[in-house]
Design a protein around this ligand. Structure first.
Ligand SMILES: Cc1cc2nc3c(=O)[nH]c(=O)nc-3n(C[C@H](O)[C@H](O)[C@H](O)COP(=O)(O)O)c2cc1C
Ligand SMILES: CCCCCCC(=O)C(=O)O
Length: 387
């Protein structure tokens, strides 16, 4: 696919173009890990150490990456992961991501920290939506948010369980970008130094009523300038527990998914409480530096709960072959975080769509080499990491 003057061959090229286009602080917010960033190195190493053991002499002339996730057929085993403040990467970024997901026939997961509301994304994209929840200290308000997502038509509620405390992202302190968003001189200069982004994203928001902030926070916490004033009630709760999972299970009729599970015993407990699925994830190595990687934890988890739960995975996926590795280790679907954000940064829905198309092509190529004409055939062709 052509975007501007250059074609994008792979996700790495999309990343390089995103880096030159975005303010440095915003790019680092997307790209980096925490503390010593051991987790980022480990994410790559562990996925690279998973290998393939292909079948030969299989007719692969009709390869099909269609799969079912929670009983719904979709053309690819992919989901666009929840990512905070994607609307700062491209004008109306969350709507653009949802449109790209809709065009590819895969779900888009809206983040609690989105700057566009789940209602508007639903209205403007017609995508299949999932909603990611960070539980606020005030549980009544958290449930009100869940009800909003339900009314907007979200199919699945994704409770993120791996962010009990604020991650130590030191680079965000230095570069002035972070969560919650706080204006600073350094961030301002960084923005102005990237005129293409400044004109097409920031100035466009200013012309159209101001830079939006978190869309899901209740109106009474907004200042006169529309910013969200950080208040205790809507801070992320540090006491989220299995009791919250029980409450959400009764409040939410759709699919309930826990995102950020790395232990088989937690996965078993989730299944016992009636949860429908889990995402085996270490949050893209953005939270606990040194956390185990999804590629090393997935096989045991699938072994223990694969017959009771839909097991999804994410982290470090930059190639179609990475998707095949997670699928081969038993995941039923794979979430894409940074990869689609690179596409978004360089071309909105078209750029994110180009990245999804790269995944489709690379996955079909990998399936061809594996002797796997369909998604279930991938299982059994992958040799898991040794730890
Ligand atoms: C910029 C950015 C923002 C994110 N925001 C959220 C979020 O709001 N909620 C959440 O559960 N995960 C969030 N994540 C984590 C992703 O959902 C996903 O787990 C992770 O990005 C997967 O790793 P990958 O980026 O290597 O694909 C975010 C990730 C990125 C890169
Ligand atoms: C207090 C931590 C908030 C993080 C919210 C966004 C997110 O999940 C991310 O990875 O960034």
């Amino acid at each position: 696919m052509r975007l501007g003057a250059h074609s994008i061959l792979n996700v790495a090229e999309a990343r390089d173009r995103a880096r030159s286009r975005l303010p440095r602080g915003l790019f680092e917010y997307i790209e980096r890990g925490t503390e010593d960033e051991v987790g980022l190195i480990e994410a790559k190493r562990s996925l690279d150490s998973v290998t393939f053991n292909p079948r030969v002499l299989v007719d692969i002339s009709n390869r099909d990456a269609t799969t079912s996730i929670f009983g719904t057929r979709q053309p690819l085993p992919l989901v666009v992961a929840p990512t905070a403040i994607a609307g700062l990467i491209w004008y109306d970024g969350e709507v653009e991501l949802a449109k790209a997901a809709a065009a590819a026939g895969i779900p888009f997961c809206v983040s609690t920290q989105s700057i566009t509301s789940v209602e508007r994304i639903a209205e403007e994209s017609r995508a299949r939506l999932w909603f990611q929840l960070y539980v606020w200290r005030n549980r009544d308000r958290a449930i009100q948010l869940v009800k909003r997502a339900e009314r907007a038509g979200a199919e699945a509620l994704v409770l993120t369980v791996d962010t009990a405390v604020a991650p130590n992202r030191e680079y965000n302190i230095r570069n002035g970008f972070g969560i919650p968003i706080k204006p600073s001189l350094r961030a301002g200069l960084d923005c102005v130094a990237h005129p293409r982004w400044f004109v097409t994203v920031f100035a466009k928001y200013l012309r159209n009523g101001g830079v939006p902030t978190y869309a899901h926070y209740p109106d009474e916490f907004r200042t006169a300038l529309g910013r969200v004033a950080v208040a205790d009630e809507i801070s992320l709760a540090q006491d989220v527990s299995w009791e919250d999972v029980r409450t959400l299970r009764s409040a939410w009729k759709g699919q309930l998914i826990l995102k950020g599970v790395l232990r088989a015993d937690d996965a078993v407990r989730a299944a016992e409480l009636g949860v429908d699925g889990i995402v085996v994830s270490n949050h893209g190595a953005r939270n606990l530096d040194g956390a185990a990687t999804p590629a090393t934890c997935l096989p045991e988890i699938v072994d223990r709960v694969g017959h009771r739960l839909t097991v999804l995975a994410d982290g470090g996926v930059r190639r179609g072959s990475h998707v095949a590795k997670y699928i081969g280790m038993g995941a039923q679907g794979v979430l894409l975080g940074r990869s689609v954000l690179y596409g978004l940064a360089i071309g909105g829905a078209e750029g994110a769509g180009a990245v999804l198309d790269i995944f489709r092509r690379e996955l079909l190529t990998t399936m061809g080499f594996l002797g796997a004409p369909s998604i279930p055939d991938i299982v059994g062709t992958v040799v898991p990491a040794r730890g």
